[in-house]
Design a protein around this ligand. Structure first.
Ligand SMILES: *[C@@H]1O[C@H](CO)[C@@H](O)[C@H](O)[C@H]1NC(C)=O
Ligand SMILES: *[C@@H]1O[C@H](CO)[C@@H](O)[C@H](O)[C@H]1NC(C)=O
Ligand SMILES: *[C@@H]1O[C@H](CO)[C@@H](O)[C@H](O)[C@H]1NC(C)=O
Length: 591
């Protein structure tokens, strides 16, 4: 009897083992924990890419991704600027939920020595994938902060947000990084201080000469004290802005500053080599690689093989070079035989900086095609509608276009689910899992509303009513001048005198009028009032989900704090360089 029970148990255990084994075999099939590569261009316009209709610029590698995968034609960034858009991308949440878009004059981080950045209690997709056993790497631009209280706390650093490996700049590519170039940070403040200092110095010099020659008789103190004050003023100006290149333009490997100031001429090439190395090292296990390109943000450090080759000046050259870098990464995935095990995503962090003019007078901003507006202008499509492409052979169809509204925030739930994890339950996630839509299992996006902020001000709302193909967009505010760019400190902001307020909101039918050229009225749109009512309800619902959080881009968090400055060598001079063998290795794409 007892023996029989034991036998039964053993049989049961064996059966159980077999079935577990079967489950394991099925779930370790091809789509179990795919590798994930996210490639994000900086400031690239949707009109700059061949497959999005540009027939005079050459982006063959990106076009091939679209041919072999799915192309999103209604893909929306959560913000028209780097820092807030990337914060939303990393967390799947609107930037206002974490204080990453405040609405003061400054809307992006300006210094690597600021205390603002992606809050510690936000959970990035990298943190979730890391827990799922992924090897997680980010290469390139971060722009979401470094330290909070001390130089080495790294509270906002990629390694504190789920990445095992970081190579790149904690900041971004800006004119300050180009040797001999003007600064792009707080330009108006810099100019004022410089001018004041100059005027005072010239005045003092004149007084000195006049006193010397006996024309006037004033006490020395009227010359000496102003001279001291002026020197201090100039000194502090220089220490903040004269060292900017050193302080902001640096390369880190993990926590270590390895090059300061950075050598921007070779940085992108080094980044791609790092990416290829990362893929090679991790080819046997699931990995997440976030390739955060410095292209095509100005100034351009295009390498020789691409200079003068495009039809669109130095900007076009840089776009074509970016495409080459994308090709390097995709080719390496194909060559390692990882194509079917790897989902590749390509996008831009927000719209192109149309009409932007470089220091030499050349146009240096991207093209947003038929879409109105640009980088920095929150509501208009041009600032937020970006290219978005997925490729995953065998799992996703090829050559498919999807015109349903999707968001960059959707990457978060999509890859969290691919990694076999579940979403954090203690917070609102604004992104939606895209997999069913990409595969073609469903036809509709799960987004009914998308909200478009300029700082803390809600500028526009997109409504895709259930059961209808229509996409309506209502603008509560529009910038007064479309030449303005909220991101520059010397131009307009998100509210007050910089914007026009619309009541009722300016309404557009994006399906028929994607360029937002013809605002609707009750005369031209019979459902005008109903649409406005539904959108108002949508806003009310959305506002109920918002809670006040500490502001990461407050003046206090924005300002440069010497004690937070990442630095190699002696502060404030901060200087070091990767070993010279590194730079001799990096010959660029021509080699
Ligand atoms: C292609 O891109 C270039 C560079 O941004 C732009 O100047 C041009 O107008 C674009 N062409 C089309 C057809 O969109
Ligand atoms: C990858 O998937 C494609 C499409 O299903 C298939 O044709 C190809 O043979 C697969 N390649 C490998 C190496 O499994
Ligand atoms: C993070 O901390 C801040 C400040 O305590 C809080 O307001 C916010 O709700 C927290 N966020 C999450 C996602 O827990």
């Amino acid at each position: 009897m007892e023996l029989c029970i034991k036998l039964k148990n053993i049989v049961a255990i064996i059966l159980c083992c077999i079935s577990t084994l079967m489950i394991c075999i099925t779930c370790s099939g091809i789509d179990h924990q795919p590798n994930i590569i996210l490639i994000m261009a900086d400031d690239l316009g949707i009109g700059d890419v061949g497959c999005y209709g540009n027939n005079t610029i050459r982006t063959p590698n990106i076009d091939r991704l679209a041919e072999e995968g799915v192309m999103l034609t209604h893909h929306i960034a959560a913000a028209p600027l780097c820092t807030p858009s990337r914060a939303a991308f990393m967390t799947g949440r609107y930037p206002i939920r974490m204080g990453m878009d405040n609405g003061y004059r400054v809307r992006v981080l300006m210094f690597t020595g600021s205390s603002g950045g992606l809050p510690k209690n936000e959970t990035t997709f990298a943190a979730i994938l890391q827990k799922q056993g992924y090897s997680t790497g980010i290469i390139g631009k971060w722009h979401l902060g470094v330290n909070c209280e001390t130089r080495n706390d790294y509270c906002h650093h990629p390694l504190s947000h789920g990445f095992d490996y970081f190579y790149g700049t904690p900041f971004t590519n800006v004119y300050d990084c180009k040797p001999g170039s003007e600064s792009a940070i707080f330009v108006d403040v810099q100019a004022t201080v410089y001018l004041t200092t100059e005027v005072v110095f010239v005045g003092l010099l004149t007084l000195l000469v006049l006193r010397w020659t006996g024309c006037i008789s004033i006490g020395w103190k009227w010359i000496v004290w102003p001279a001291v004050i002026c020197t201090l003023l100039f000194g502090s100006w220089y220490s903040v802005f004269g060292f900017l290149r050193r302080w902001n333009c640096l390369v880190m490997r993990n926590h270590q500053v390895i090059q300061q100031p950075s050598n921007p001429e070779t940085l992108s090439t080094r980044m791609t080599e790092e990416a290829l190395g990362f893929i090679e090292r991790n080819q046997k296990k699931p990995f997440l690689l976030f390739m955060s390109l410095l292209h095509v943000h100005s100034p351009f450090f295009t390498t020789k093989p691409f200079i003068g080759k495009s039809n669109h000046g130095s900007y076009g050259d840089n776009v074509e070079e970016m495409d080459w870098h994308v090709g390097q990464i995709v080719n390496s995935i194909n060559n390692f035989g990882l194509a079917n095990k790897t989902i590749i995503y390509f996008a831009s962090d927000h719209g192109g900086s149309r009409d932007s003019v470089g220091i030499n007078g050349e146009l240096d901003g991207g093209w947003n095609g038929i879409y109105r507006g640009k980088k920095g202008l929150a509501g208009w499509e041009g600032g937020i509608r970006v290219p978005g492409i997925f490729r995953w052979p065998g799992q996703l169809p090829s050559g498919r276009k999807i015109d349903e509204p999707t968001s960059l925030m959707d990457i978060y739930p999509t890859i969290v689910s691919l990694a076999g994890a579940s979403l954090p339950q203690d917070r609102v996630i604004d992104g939606r899992n895209l997999m069913a839509l990409l595969k073609g299992d469903v036809r509709r996006s799960e987004h009914e509303f998308l909200f478009h902020y300029c700082g803390s001000a809600l500028h526009a709302v997109r409504w895709h009513p259930k059961g209808s193909d229509s996409v309506w967009k209502a603008h509560l505010f529009t910038p007064r001048s479309e030449a303005d760019n909220c991101y520059r400190t010397d131009a307009g902001g998100c509210h007050d005198e910089s914007v026009s307020y619309h009541d009722p909101p300016l309404l557009f039918d994006l399906l028929k009028d994607p360029s937002e050229a013809n605002p609707l009225s009750p005369a031209t749109e019979p459902l005008f009032h109903e649409i406005q009512d539904q959108i108002r309800l949508g806003i009310e619902q959305h506002r109920k989900t918002l809670t006040p959080v500490p502001l990461q881009l407050s003046w206090n968090n924005i300002l440069w704090k010497p004690w937070l400055q990442p630095c190699c060598g002696t502060f404030p001079f901060c200087g070091c360089s990767e070993d010279s063998s590194e730079s001799s290795k990096t010959q660029g794409p021509g080699k």
